[in-house]
Ligand binder design. Structure first.
Ligand SMILES: Nc1ncnc2c1ncn2[C@@H]1O[C@H](COP(=O)(O)OP(=O)(O)O)[C@@H](O)[C@H]1O
Ligand SMILES: O=C(OP(=O)(O)O)[C@H](O)COP(=O)(O)O
Length: 399
C-alpha cells in the first residue's frame, strides 16, 4: 500500500489553457438517485465545469448512473436541474449520448454552454468498456476532461475507453478527492486505526478487507463482508446477502482469516430477518435460520472497547459501506460506530455513494466507495493509469 500516492505524469486540466469554442466532453460520475439525498458527486464537478464554461468552451457532460445490467439506469434529467442550480447557469439535457441526434446536439453547442447527455449506462457496452461505444462517445467533443472519481477504478467506455480517441486531462475534482484521502492511506504508526466495512459491493471485501487488514489495527466487518467471513468460517448464514461475487470474495476472506495485521472483530450476536419481515437477535453459535438473513449485528465487547479508546485517545477511522440495513431501520451496529467516529480526536471518513447518502454524518466524506478503496490500496486507479499512458504515448485514434 502506498502512503504517498503521486500525481506525477498525469495531464492536468488546470494546466491546460481553455479557449473559447473548444469542444469538450466532461466525463462525470453522477451516480446519485432521484431523491438527490447526497449530491457530493455532482457538486464536486462545479469548479471544473465553471472554468470550462467561463472560458467559452462548449461542454458535453457524459455521466453514468445505476446499471444497465439490473435495469436501474434512469434518465438523468433530474441531475441536469440540480447541476444548473449549483452552476448558476442553465444546463440543457439531451436524453441520448450516441447517434446522430446526440452528435448534432453536441455540434450545436454554443460557446460557454453546458449540456448533460443521456446516462451512459443506458448502453450495455459502457460497463464492458466496449471500444465501439467509446468511439461513439468521442464524437461529442474533441477534448476530454476526466472527473467522476466514483468510477475512477472502472475501465469503462466513457472514462478510459474514450481516451483512445481523444486527449484527456484530469479534472481538479480528481485531485481534490485523492488529496483528501491522504490521511487514511497506508499505515499510521502511533495512531489507532479502525476500518468499518459493509455494504453489498464486492470491492468492500476484495479491496477493502484484503488491503485495509494490512494497514489498519482493527477491521469491523458488516454487510456482505461480514456474511462472507461468517460463511467461510463455517457458520450457517441462511439467506443472507452474499453479493455479486461470492466465490472471489470467499477466497479473499479466507486469505485474510489465515493471517492479517489487523484484528478482525466478528460479532457474537446478529439481527436476522425472516420472510415475513419479522426481525430478532440470535446467537451466531445457534446459526441463522435457513429462511432468515442477517440485516444487522451487535458490536462485540472488544469493538465497544476499541471505540471507547478511539473516543478517549483519538485515532483514524473510516467506514466503507453501510454495515447494516440502515434504510430498513437497522442501526444497532452503525449507531455506536458513528457516535465514536464523531468523537473530538477522531479523524473519520465515510466513503461510498449509498453509505454517504443514507447515514447521518456531517464529517469528511469521499464521493468514491470502490474507487477510494482502490486508491487507498494502490495509490492509483484505472483512469489515472489510462490518462498517464495516453499522455506518455501521445496516441489517439480518429473516432
Ligand atoms: N447485511 C446486509 N444485507 C444486505 N444489504 C446490506 C447489509 N448491510 C448493508 N447493506 C446495504 O448495503 C448498501 C450499501 O452498499 P454499497 O452499495 O456497497 O455501498 P456504497 O454505495 O456506499 O459503496 C446499503 O444500502 C445497505 O442497506
Ligand atoms: O457508486 C459507485 O461506486 P461506490 O458505490 O463504490 O461508491 C460508482 O458510481 C461506481 O458504480 P458501479 O459500482 O456501479 O460501477
Amino acid at each position: 500500500m502506498s502512503s504517498a500516492p503521486t500525481m506525477a505524469g498525469l495531464p492536468l486540466l488546470r494546466e491546460r489553457p481553455v479557449r473559447a469554442g473548444e469542444r469538450w466532453v466532461f466525463s462525470a460520475g453522477f451516480n446519485v438517485g432521484p431523491a438527490l439525498a447526497d449530491t457530493t458527486r455532482i457538486d464536486c464537478e462545479v469548479p471544473d465545469l465553471l472554468r470550462l464554461a467561463r472560458a467559452g468552451a462548449r461542454v458535453a457532460v457524459l455521466a453514468h448512473q445505476g446499471s444497465h445490467r439490473d435495469g436501474t439506469a434512469r434518465s438523468l434529467e433530474y441531475v441536469a436541474g440540480h447541476l444548473g442550480r449549483v452552476l448558476g447557469r442553465e444546463v440543457g439535457y439531451h436524453p441520448g449520448s450516441t447517434g446522430d441526434g446526440a452528435v448534432e446536439r453536441a455540434l450545436a453547442l454554443r460557446d460557454g454552454e453546458v449540456v448533460l447527455f443521456g446516462n451512459t449506462r443506458h448502453h450495455a457496452g459502457e460497463e464492458a468498456g466496449d471500444p465501439e461505444l467509446a468511439r461513439r462517445f468521442a464524437l461529442l467533443g474533441d477534448l476530454v476532461a476526466v472527473g467522476g472519481f466514483s468510477k475512477a477504478h472502472r475501465a469503462h467506455a466513457s472514462n478510459t475507453g474514450i481516451l483512445h480517441h481523444r486527449p484527456g486531462w484530469a479534472a481538479d475534482s480528481l485531485l481534490a478527492e485523492t488529496a483528501a484521502l491522504a490521511p487514511w492511506a497506508g499505515r499510521a504508526p502511533g495512531t489507532r486505526s479502525v476500518a468499518v466495512l459493509g455494504g453489498v459491493k464486492p470491492e468492500k471485501t476484495l479491496i477493502g478487507l484484503r488491503r485495509l487488514a494490512e494497514t489498519y489495527d482493527v477491521v469491523v466487518p458488516g454487510g456482505v463482508v461480514l456474511t462472507t467471513l461468517l460463511r467461510v468460517l463455517g457458520h450457517k448464514v441462511g439467506r443472507s446477502e452474499l453479493g455479486s461475487s461470492p466465490g472471489k470474495c470467499a477466497e479473499a476472506a479466507s486469505r485474510v482469516l489465515a493471517g492479517s495485521r489487523a484484528e478482525i472483530h466478528l460479532p457474537e450476536r446478529v439481527v436476522v430477518r425472516g420472510p415475513g419481515g419479522d426481525a430478532r437477535t440470535v446467537d451466531l453459535a445457534d446459526g441463522v435460520p435457513a429462511d432468515h438473513a442477517i440485516v444487522d449485528f451487535e458490536l462485540p465487547a472488544r469493538t465497544r472497547e476499541t471505540l471507547r479508546q478511539l473516543r478517549e485517545h483519538g485515532g483514524r477511522a473510516l467506514m466503507a459501506g453501510t454495515p447494516s440495513r440502515w434504510t430498513d431501520g437497522f442501526g444497532a451496529a452503525a449507531r455506536p460506530l458513528l457516535d465514536a467516529f464523531a468523537g473530538p480526536g477522531v479523524r473519520a471518513l465515510l466513503l461510498g455513494g449509498d453509505t454517504v447518502a443514507e447515514l447521518p454524518w456531517n464529517g469528511p466524506v469521499s464521493g468514491g466507495g470502490g474507487s477510494a478503496l482502490q486508491y487507498l490500496a494502490d495509490g492509483t486507479c484505472a483512469v489515472f493509469d489510462a490518462l498517464r499512458s495516453q499522455h506518455s504515448t501521445g496516441r489517439t485514434a480518429t473516432p
